[in-house]
Design a protein around this ligand. Structure first.
Ligand code: UFG
Length: 329
């Protein structure tokens, strides 16, 4: 049998570029589509790269029909929760409308396997922690709503067309490839760990802590940081399940361990051996106090077993990459 070919949208981005490498290492044939609005061409370490936009139906149609694509893994989306509140149209046009165009083009080309980057943001303020998949969905931002709307569309398409999908609800993707080849690069950067490591490397003077009066032991927000390579491993398992005729599903992806902002900073100080000055800042809009995954479902259904579940390891890998990156800048 020919090697299955997998289309990765957003394969030049942070998680997408790690996914390209994971699939190539697993022996898949990969084609990356990216418009390079947030990604970097040099982050795509192999396979075929095609520059283009998922909103271009003819272009996606050509990519799918000129190859023998068996499944699509869809990372191409905007990711800033705060920006989605101030510019919701940008998020609904890309994360919702363009995803729907992609899904319809896939269907018309007979490609019926889809893996979707969803988010813990679909839950909103949790009623129970750790959060199980069946928790009510009350997203706090247009970003979270766009992800939840796509998940609902996927359920309807599964029922109506037998279109198969796995939605993976990421908690806090973090870390970098252990080889040091790939890492987290966003412009602008808004995520805690890369910002903390910027300070450790001397590229920024201090890090702001958004709120120290939350209902948590040290007053700062608690998150479930999950290694990007473990996230990609879950996508690989989901892909193998769909290609083997498995059912549609939605899974949380997190380690089930919560760390506060202060704990992240203390761990980064230990790992890097550098002092990280902090500045207390007001709460950031839309930040729930505590987001921790109940990931028992994906462990049971896909036999997912995170390999790098220690925060120290996640930060060590991120630090190896950040040192190289900041010294090259
Ligand atoms: N934080 C700071 N200072 C900073 C940056 C972040 O204190 O400079 C805090 C945030 O307030 C939050 C925690 O660090 O409490 C983590 O923030 P990140 O921005 O790193 O990550 P988020 O939890 O906001 O976002 C992640 C994903 C989103 C997803 C969201 C779900 O990156 O894509 O979880 O709520 F939508």
């Amino acid at each position: 049998m020919a090697t299955p070919q997998i289309l990765i949208t957003g394969g030049a981005g942070y998680i997408g570029s790690h996914m390209v490498k994971t699939l190539l290492d697993a022996g898949f044939d990969v084609v990356t589509v990216d418009n390079l609005s947030g990604g970097f061409r040099d982050a795509v370490t192999g396979g075929e790269f095609v520059h283009g936009d998922i909103s271009d139906v003819q272009f996606i149609n050509d990519v799918l029909t000129q190859r023998r694509v068996s499944a699509v893994i869809h990372f191409a989306s905007f990711i800033e929760v705060g920006e989605s509140v101030t510019d919701p149209s940008k998020y609904y046009c890309n994360n919702l409308t363009n995803t729907l165009l992609l899904l319809d083009t896939m269907r018309s080309c007979g490609v019926n396997n889809f893996i979707f980057s969803s988010s813990a943001a679909v839950y909103g303020e949790p009623e129970t922690v750790p959060i199980p998949e069946f928790h009510r969905k009350l997203p706090l931002s247009p970003y979270g709503r766009s992800k939840w709307m796509v998940e609902q569309i996927l359920s309807d398409m599964n029922r109506a067309y037998d279109f198969k999908s796995v939605s993976l609800r990421y908690f806090n993707a973090a870390g970098a490839h252990p080889s040091g080849l790939l890492g987290e690069r966003h412009e602008p950067e808004t995520h805690l760990i890369p910002l903390v490591l910027r300070v450790a490397s001397g590229a920024a003077p201090d890090v702001k802590v958004f709120g120290n009066d939350y209902d948590t032991p040290d007053g700062t927000c608690i998150r479930d940081y999950v290694h990007v390579v473990d996230l990609c491993q879950a996508h690989l398992l989901a892909l193998e399940s769909l290609l083997g005729g498995g059912d549609s599903a939605a899974f949380n992806l997190g380690n089930g361990n919560g760390f506060s902002v202060q704990e992240v900073i203390a761990t980064a100080e230990r790992v890097t051996g550098r002092t990280i000055p902090v500045i207390a800042a007001p709460r950031r809009a839309g930040d729930p106090a505590r987001l921790v995954a109940d990931s028992s479902l994906v462990r049971a259904c896909l036999a997912w077993q995170p390999r790098y579940d220690r925060l120290d390891t996640i930060i060590e890998h991120a630090w190896s990459w950040a040192q190289k990156f900041h010294s090259a800048c």
